[in-house]
Design a protein around this ligand. Structure first.
Ligand code: ZN
Length: 298
């Protein structure tokens, strides 16, 4: 099954977003060599982020979700654009925790709940990004995002995210379901959704054998479902030599001079895709020159 994000309108009153993200979560696992509980933590974050980015009006706008819960996995962060491209990292990918009583991976234990979920919408055009922050509820990601929608955007939303990791650490299935009632939503439709809560909580289980389209039609059987649009999400890092050069220039003259004197070179690793960029002495001298020019301008 190919990765997909599909949006529907239920009874003309509710936006339903359903996804399957197995391939992109598997790719993230391979890039970051995550242990299973971290695969699930990062996978849920990537999935929630790319689904939320679906509503960005422009392809180049960015939506970033980060969770800082003080747990052993450290910060988990994902960034997605309006094209459905997403990238992310988890500070410590090598956390091992016993499974919870219900047999599920202890994502809340890895992320922790003593901190915040932060959502940044960068709309480009030099505008200030919009940043919303709420306290974590459980560190399980989906609940935390639901609370973010409620507290920061005053919007009651059901968020369900799931990542299945096999014993051999392969990602078997991943995806999510986000249910956002529009402001005029009737009580009858809200009751209808309420009556499907059990099926909604089984979205992840159903992903093992059904497509998001089949699952949405099964869960909301009896409702009026209209398909709106589909996007193919993928893991993609857009880092480049130029971007890292700008990064080095930005750290300033003194630091670049120190690098030249101490090591005569620099190696930078992209934390989203682990690609290594090497800068020799000549490069650093050129960048130092740029930094001087910039300092002169200011
Ligand atoms: Zn990269």
């Amino acid at each position: 099954m190919k990765d997909t994000i599909r949006r529907y309108l239920l009874n003309d009153e509710v936006i339903i977003t359903a996804s399957s993200t197995r391939d992109l979560v598997e790719e993230a696992k391979n890039i970051h060599s995550t242990y299973p509980v971290c695969t699930a933590a990062l996978g849920r974050t990537l999935t929630g982020t790319v689904m939320m980015a679906h509503t960005l009006k422009n392809d180049d706008m960015l939506l970033t979700v980060s969770l800082n819960g003080g747990g052993p996995a450290g910060t988990v962060l994902a960034t997605a654009n309006g094209r459905g491209e997403v990238k992310g990292y988890i500070e410590n990918p090598y956390v091992n925790l016993p499974a919870k009583e219900n047999g599920k991976l202890d994502v809340g234990g890895a992320i922790g709940k003593d901190g915040f979920v932060t959502v940044t919408r960068d709309l480009g055009n030099g505008l200030e990004p919009y940043i919303g922050r709420t306290e974590l509820v459980s560190g399980e990601v989906a609940e935390d995002l639901a609370m973010y929608f409620l507290k920061s955007e005053q919007h009651n939303t059901i968020v369900y995210l799931s990542v299945w990791v096999d014993i051999d650490t392969t990602v078997i299935a991943a995806g999510g379901l986000i249910i956002s009632p529009l402001p005029n939503c009737s009580d009858a439709t809200l009751d209808f959704i309420e009556s499907r809560v059990f099926d909604i909580s089984n979205y992840g289980l159903m992903l093992l054998s059904m497509t998001p389209d089949e699952i949405v039609h099964r869960i909301f059987d009896g409702g009026d479902l209209k398909f709106i649009e589909e996007k193919e999400p993928r893991y993609h890092c857009d880092c480049s030599v130029e971007r890292f050069e700008r990064g080095i220039i930005a750290i300033g003259e003194k630091e670049i001079s120190d690098m030249i004197e101490e090591d005569g070179q620099a190696e930078v690793v992209c934390r989203f895709c682990n690609k290594k960029y090497h800068f020799g002495k000549k490069d650093l001298i050129r960048l130092l020159d740029e930094a001087r020019k910039n300092a002169g301008k200011n």
